[in-house]
Write a protein that binds this ligand. Structure first.
Ligand code: FES
Length: 308
């Protein structure tokens, strides 16, 4: 009988010849994400690491959907697969931790969107997460001054995620292959209090729990811009090698938290292979969006490579 191996849980299952992959997942409660189940939404897109020749060929309709949802060579829609021999399936699910909406008090919108775009183009599924807490202050992004307003981080982050967002307190490392934290001052104000507390930074408890679970499971974590401060404070004992660009003042504070800072230009990224941490400076520099995109695209590619 053909065998299906799922890289997400590392398990192998035997199935009768010609089994629909969708039916197999439903019957076995196998961990794979589906949406429409009809080949039109792209939610189930995955890569066959092995056995691409052991499934039914791509139909014209499947090809049309694949062209809309991914640029990954060899990707397939798993809701359309019939299993005719041994296959190994990789569907990567990446948690994207948002911290509000707007670079002065929440997630940096360009960085968040560029991250979602890079993940989507690579065929990975993004799962947007944010803490369900009150935002630490609101800034008028036109004037740059504090505004009289009360906002919720989860609700603000939902603007970027087009409403598809989960409370990070309910997220589990076992459901994710990687985690990424775009920057913006929200990372230093809402995900942790680095902006106010510096060397005495404390991380939001729900963010802290997920970051530590991911690190303990040796799953890769990415952080852009000022968000490496969250990792430095959450993983002090790991002495993570990370970058926030070339600002010596901020680098010194990160090192006081136990991190090892390395300088990096905006268009590049740095990898701590031991801790499986990827960082890029993004808007820590006064940079063009195309330069920020270059760094984030490289960092996302490395994050996904570490998932294999
Ligand atoms: S679940 Fe929608 S395309 Fe497969």
């Amino acid at each position: 009988m053909p065998k299906i191996t799922l890289l997400r849980n590392g398990k192998t299952y035997e199935v009768p010849m010609g089994t629909s992959f969708l039916d197999f997942c439903i019957e076995q409660k196998a961990p794979h994400d589906f949406g429409c189940t009809a080949g039109s939404c792209g939610t189930c897109v995955s890569v066959l690491e092995q056995g691409a020749e052991n499934v039914n060929p791509v139909s014209d309709d499947e090809q049309d959907t694949l062209e809309m949802c991914t640029t990954v060579k060899g990707a397939r829609l798993c809701c359309q697969l019939k299993v005719l021999g041994d296959i190994t399936v990789r569907q990567v699910k990446v948690g994207v931790v948002l911290s509000g909406c707007g670079f002065l008090d929440g997630s940096e919108i360009h960085e968040a969107v560029l991250t979602l775009l890079a993940l989507d183009r690579a065929g990975a599924t993004a799962v947007c997460l944010a803490p369900n807490i009150e935002q630490k202050g609101v800034i008028n992004h036109k004037s740059g001054h504090p505004a009289e307003s009360v906002r919720n981080v989860l609700e603000e982050s939902a603007r970027i995620a087009r409403g598809k967002i989960q409370d990070i307190a309910k997220a589990k490392a076992s459901d994710l292959d990687a985690l990424v934290l775009p920057g913006g001052y929200g990372a230093a104000k809402n995900l942790c209090d680095f902006a106010a507390a510096g060397p005495k930074t404390k991380v939001d408890p729900s963010v802290l729990k997920l970051v530590r679970e991911m690190h303990a499971a040796k799953k890769p974590i990415g952080a852009w811009c000022i968000a490496p401060a969250v990792l430095a404070a959450a993983l002090k004992e790991a002495h993570a090698k990370l970058t926030i660009g070339d600002d010596p003042g901020t680098a010194t504070v990160l090192e006081s938290l136990g991190a090892r800072h390395v300088v990096c230009p905006v268009t590049e990224m740095r990898v701590d292979a031991e801790n499986r941490i990827v960082t890029t400076p993004a808007y820590m520099y006064d940079a063009r969006i195309s330069e920020v995109a270059s760094g984030i695209e490289k960092a996302v590619a490395e994050l996904l490579r570490l998932c294999r």
